[in-house]
Each structure stands twice: as structure tokens, then as C-alpha cells.
Design a protein around this ligand. Structure first.
Ligand code: ADP
Ligand code: MG
Length: 389
């Protein structure tokens, strides 16, 4: 399910209309009947619609499904990718798509560029994907309680990530600059740094340790717990200061599992984030602090601002948060730190998020596993007229 934008520039405006119509139809049809696609697309010639449908099916953007009652089509992840990238391209957010730099359990991370050549990161949320990877989730999937919900849930995850990134950035937290969001995708600035996981030595572990723990506390004072605060989700840039001293600048990423300090398990998540950092610093840098804590109760004594409440008001509602949480729980999505039990023996198996970070020597960000280099513009179809359903 790699992003493959090879064909995007060859789609005609009628192809886009039919693709959009299939997406619209799938809001209330798991399998969109062909006549409904025609009706929504409102393309005059009937043979025209069929030609578009067969075009789109051939390149895998829609897939034919034989229902018990009727034949129709469903939008594929590829189709959703095209619609999102088309929108980013039309709004001049993204001009070209480059190499994939990460494959997470629930996302693909791809470098892309703006019209002015600025390097950006495209994060594509793929929440349904995990269903095919684990037996338990597969069973859930077969029970098929939620039809096309992978699409909706991936959108929710992208929206949540974008809204939290905006709120955190506005408060001066070290997070990427949020640039755009559409459907299941987020566009943000590219951080020129390695995940902490790939860093084998630091000059001053105590300093970085203190900074990271103070970030956890500061988040709590803003109403939030990251929920997956680990060495994969902290990018550390080594910046050389004037006197030749290296300073370490952390940037926090990956927000779909953030929770409010009002969450029923808030303290558990807070402790887990703290434990993640402690464990990593101990194992990797041989650094342990004598100081206990920080503790949830102390951290939340002085509230600076309630970003959790602010985000709820600005577009990612409480209801959406709950829906996403339930889905993630049902599908066993719990970030990279999933099996933490407070007070339990820590197991020694380091987790791997499937990216190229197995050797800890540091791999150049853009030299990772490379998909096709598609540095050309992503699409230049004529602008289509508005849809009239
Ligand atoms: P997932 O939800 O799959 O864990 P993440 O948002 O954590 O996705 O991203 C996965 C990996 O991609 C990160 O560990 C990091 O190496 C890279 N990455 C993600 N966002 C950025 C960014 N803005 N700049 C640079 N690298 C990034
Ligand atoms: Mg991550």
C-alpha cells in the first residue's frame, strides 16, 4: 500500500469527477452502486462514465465489488491517496513527492516538496492496515462491523494529529510546523534530525533527560499527555554552538494517541511516558537519575492552559476523540510502547517500528529505503467544474 503517484498526472477531469463521486457515495454505501456513481458524477455521456470507471479500476483507485444484491465499486486506499494529493496540489501545498522515509504500523512517511522547493513531510495515516497484520485484528475485521471505517478512522487520526500539532506549536512546544491536512494525510515541516532511537551517544545525557521530562510535565500543565513519548517519536538534532559545543534539540512528533489529563487512565499514560524515557536513558546511555518522578499529581497541580479543551472546540470533538480511541483499542493500536505495565519487570526486547533504524549508527534521513523517485509535478489536470450531487 505504498503511495504511488505515477498515474496522477494522467487522470482527466472526468476521471477526477468519477473518483470523487465514488468517495461521496461511499459515505453511506459500503459498495457504491454503479448508477449512483454516474448520478453523482453527472457526466453527460453514460459511456464516458464507464470509461472513467474502467480507467480508475485498472490503476487500482477503485475496486469492483460484487455484492449479494448488486455490483458496484469501493474506493481503495490508493484512490483516497490520489484524492488527498490532488487537493494538496491544487492548494499549492505540495508540488512533488519524493522518497518514503518511514513505514510505521499505521502510517507512511514520505518526503515531498512545496512549489518553492521547501522540503516537507507527508504523513499518510493507514489505520485499517494493521487489521491484516495481526490475527486478532484480522478476526475483528472479518466480523466486519464497520465497513469502510478504515477511511473514516484514518481521517480522524490525521485531523487529530494536525489539530494537536497546531495547538502545541502555537504554545511554543517543539513540534513540526503543521502545514496542511486533507482526508487521511498531514503535511508538516521536515525536521532535519534523527529519532533518538538512532543516537548511540550524547555528551550530556542529563541535560537531554531533564529537558524531555520537563516537556512531559509542561504538556500535562497544558492539559495533555503524549501517550507514546518514546525514542521513535522524539527527533534529536545535534546543533553546533558558537564555542564548538554540541547542543541537542528535541522535536516531538506523532500525536494520534494523545490524551487529555481528564482521561480515566491519564495517570497511567503519564507514568508510561515517564518510564519510557527513564528506561531508554538507562539502557542506551547508562544514565539513571536519583530523583523520583515526575508525578502526575504534581505536574497537574499548576495548569497553564487547557489545550485539550481548546482542540475539542476547534474541530476535533470529544465524540471524534472517543470514536478514534475505541477503534485504536479494538485494533490493538497503542503506539510503540504498548505493553507497559506500571511496576512490572521491563522486558528487554526493544521494539522496532519497522523502519530502517535497526542499526543505531544513524542513517541519513533521505538515504533510507527508497521507493520510486517521482520528483516531477504530481498533477496538472484541467480544473474540474464543481460537483452537483
Ligand atoms: P508512526 O505513527 O507510524 O509512528 P511517526 O509520525 O512517528 O509515525 O513517524 C514515523 C517516523 O518517520 C519517525 O520515527 C521519523 O523517523 C519520521 N518522521 C516523521 N515525521 C517527521 C518529520 N516531520 N520530520 C522528519 N522525520 C519525520
Ligand atoms: Mg511514531
Amino acid at each position: 500500500m505504498k503511495l504511488n503517484v505515477k498515474n496522477i498526472r494522467y487522470l482527466t477531469s472526468d476521471d477526477w469527477r468519477v473518483l470523487t463521486a465514488t468517495e461521496m457515495g461511499s459515505r453511506n454505501h459500503e459498495v457504491v452502486p454503479t448508477p449512483l456513481i454516474s448520478q453523482i458524477a453527472a457526466i453527460r455521456s453514460g459511456t464516458g462514465v464507464h470509461k472513467c470507471i474502467s480507467n480508475l479500476a485498472k490503476i487500482g483507485l477503485i475496486a469492483k465489488v460484487r455484492n449479494a444484491k448488486y455490483d458496484g465499486y469501493r474506493l481503495t486506499y490508493g484512490g483516497l491517496d490520489y484524492l488527498a494529493m490532488h487537493t494538496h496540489q491544487k492548494s499549492s501545498t505540495v508540488y512533488s513527492v519524493g522518497n518514503q522515509i518511514g513505514v510505521g504500523k499505521e502510517s507512511d512517511i514520505i518526503v515531498c516538496a512545496s512549489e518553492t522547493g521547501r522540503q516537507l513531510v507527508l504523513k499518510i495515516h493507514r489505520l485499517g492496515r494493521i487489521s491484516f497484520r495481526t490475527v486478532k485484528a484480522n478476526r475483528d475485521y472479518l466480523r466486519n462491523r464497520q465497513g469502510a471505517s478504515w477511511m473514516y478512522m484514518s481521517r480522524l487520526a490525521a485531523l487529530k494529529e494536525f489539530e494537536f500539532m497546531k495547538a502545541l506549536r502555537a504554545e511554543g512546544f517543539p513540534v513540526p510546523e503543521p502545514i496542511g491536512q486533507n482526508r487521511h494525510t498531514v503535511i508538516m515541516s521536515l525536521i532535519d534530525a534523527f529519532p533518538m532511537r538512532q543516537i548511540s551517544k550524547v555528551g550530556d545525557p542529563a541535560g537531554l533527560y531533564a529537558e524531555l521530562l520537563s516537556l512531559i510535565v509542561r504538556l500535562a500543565q497544558h492539559g495533555l499527555i503524549h501517550g507514546d513519548f518514546n525514542e521513535f517519536n522524539i527527533l534529536v538534532e545535534e546543533r553546533e554552538e558558537k564555542h564548538g559545543r554540541l547542543s541537542l534539540i528535541p522535536t516531538i512528533i506523532d500525536f494520534p494517541q494523545m490524551v487529555s489529563i481528564d482521561h480515566e487512565n491519564a495517570e497511567y499514560y503519564f507514568d508510561r511516558d515517564v518510564a519510557c524515557i527513564k528506561r531508554f536513558f538507562d539502557r542506551r546511555f547508562g544514565f539513571t537519575s536519583d530523583e523520583p518522578g515526575p508525578f502526575f499529581k504534581d505536574a497537574t497541580r499548576k495548569i497553564v492552559k487547557r489545550l485539550d479543551v481548546e482542540v475539542q472546540a476547534s474541530g476535533f470533538s470529544k465524540k471524534m476523540a472517543k470514536e478514534l480511541e475505541v477503534y485504536m483499542k479494538e485494533h490493538g493500536i497503542d503506539g510503540d510502547a504498548g505493553d507497559f505495565e506500571p511496576g512490572a519487570e521491563e522486558d528487554d526486547n526493544e521494539q522496532d517500528d519497522g523502519v530502517e533504524d535497526d542499526d543505531d549508527g544513524g542513517v541519513a534521513l533521505q538515504g533510507g529505503p527508497v521507493t520510486e523517485d517521482t520528483s516531477g509535478p504530481i498533477a496538472t489536470p484541467a480544473d474540474e467544474p464543481p460537483l452537483t450531487p
